[in-house]
Design a protein around this ligand. Structure first.
Ligand SMILES: [Zn+2]
Length: 471
């Protein structure tokens, strides 16, 4: 009896042991399989990638492509024709009405009497100055400082919003986040206190003499006053001059204006999923850029990353389970109309989204991904860390604000009601140099590094592969 029991017990042990070995082998081989596939994706991106070549054409042949301009139309055609020439199931243009803000040919500022020129650029959406503005200047350290400075010191003056990026903040996107409200709503907030114009310190850590453009918006309650970005060098020059002459006056002259909306397009390409074609993975960047430089990092990099994903899938002979949809969004910079149109369209069709991923943080070395998803899903994705570690892009950060301007409306509006577990993901590259170029004339092809760009394409290819396969 004792003997039999012992035998039974050890039989059970053997079964458990076999089960453990089997499971271990199974999970090990899965990890191995994924490692091999990811290795292939990176090999392809680094050895035979098309991203850098495509970026050169976009930057050098199309150039900058501000929403509503002829160059933006050229960018649409470039994207459409390129995607048509690739191995995809469908390519189409989605019509979208976009705003048309025109910079005009006058944007000047100088210190009166001394004739010291200040390098400015009108902020996107700003009204012009009619004739010109000539006024004293008051300096505030961000919107939060307006109340301290008070109406009696602001009324009738030009407000210089001078809150700088904090150099101690390691992630420069966070510095941007802490300052950008003075660019976006500074004019409308300063108008509340009676300001007549606004200059905003350029959104960069760098001390340079390029004004960095960007969008702004007015609120209906306050006067619309002109707003311009001033280079960091000239913001500091103005401060220095004001120390010598606190009552100096600055002249601002701009003839920018808003014209009626025009038609443009999002460009969309799809590879149909093999087993779950009705479920979508959207990957995109934005096709429009500011009207200076070449929109190389912002967001040419995101555009060629997204297009490259299709190449990487093809080259690896991988047939995705879900439909992979690449979207080249129009008008991220000054309205996000393409994003809203896309979300509306997804809602109308009642489409189920597994994930939307955006690359709109530049073409520098990939670090990982910002993820907005329920905890259970976030934990599964965090489990891929080991697979991406060899490539240095294994930071998975929980995000509360979503994945990017172009994909966030999907969550606000539509897709999430179909799939509450939908993943929004933002590609995170290294942040240290991005704002040297952001929205400035220095955002040109030459400032994008081939290998860094290609590593980014590999990282996006790898994460899309993992999500597609495992969900
Ligand atoms: Zn961008």
């Amino acid at each position: 009896m004792k003997h039999l029991l012992q035998l039974n017990f050890s039989n059970k042990n053997i079964i458990i042991l076999f089960l453990l070995i089997f499971l271990k082998i199974d999970s090990y081989s899965q990890f191995e399989k994924d490692s091999i596939q990811i290795r292939r994706i990176f090999d392809m991106a680094l050895e035979n990638g098309q991203a850098y070549k495509n970026l050169r054409v976009l930057c050098k042949e199309v150039g900058n492509r501000f929403t509503g301009t002829k160059q933006a139309d050229s960018a649409v055609n470039w994207g459409y024709n390129l995607l048509k020439s690739m191995w995809v199931d469908t390519v189409y243009k989605m019509p979208v009405m976009v705003p048309r803000w025109h910079r005009g040919n006058i944007q000047r500022a100088y210190i009166y009497h001394d004739d010291i020129k200040l390098n400015i650029t009108a902020l996107g959406g700003s009204v012009g100055t009619k004739r010109k503005i000539k006024a004293n200047v008051v300096v505030v350290n961000g919107i939060e400082d307006l109340e301290n400075v008070g109406q009696k010191n602001i009324k009738g003056k030009i407000v210089l919003f001078n809150k700088p990026f904090d150099p101690k903040t390691i992630n420069v996107f966070e510095s941007y986040g802490a300052c950008v409200n003075q660019r976006y709503s500074g004019a409308s907030q300063a108008a509340k206190y009676g300001a007549v114009g606004v200059l905003v310190r350029s959104m960069t850590l760098q001390k340079d003499n390029h004004p960095h453009a960007g969008s702004m918006s007015y609120s209906d309650q306050n006067n619309k006053i002109p707003a311009a970005a001033i280079s960091t060098e000239h913001a500091d020059l103005l401060l220095e001059e004001m120390r010598k002459k606190p009552n100096l006056r600055v002249v601002m002259k701009m003839n920018c204006k808003t014209l009626p909306d025009v038609q443009s397009f999002n460009v969309i390409a799809e590879i149909r999923g093999e087993t779950e074609p009705e479920t979508i993975i959207t990957v995109g960047g934005h096709l429009d850029s500011w009207d200076m430089g070449e929109g190389a990092h912002d967001d040419g990099a995101g555009i060629v990353h997204s297009i490259e994903l299709l190449n990487l899938i093809k080259a690896n002979g991988y047939r995705p389970k879900h439909t992979i949809r690449v979207v080249l969004f129009m008008n991220e910079e000054n309205g996000a109309r393409g994003a809203m149109e896309y979300a509306k369209w997804v809602k109308l069709r009642g489409e189920k989204h597994l994930m939307a991923l955006e690359s709109d943080a530049g073409g520098h070395t990939p670090r990982g991904f910002a993820i907005s998803a329920p905890d259970s899903i976030f934990n599964i994705i965090s489990g891929y860390k080991k697979l991406l570690e060899p490539y240095g892009c294994h930071v998975f950060k929980k995000s509360i604000w979503g994945g990017g301007v172009d994909i966030n409306p999907l969550k606000l509006d539509s897709a999430v009601s179909v799939n509450p577990n939908m993943i929004l993901m933002g590609f995170i590259p290294d942040s240290h140099r991005y704002f040297d170029y952001h929205h400035a004339e220095t955002d040109v092809f030459e400032n994008v590094h081939k290998r860094e760009l290609e590593l980014g394409a590999g990282a996006i290819g790898a994460i899309v592969y993992l999500i597609d396969k495992n969900f």
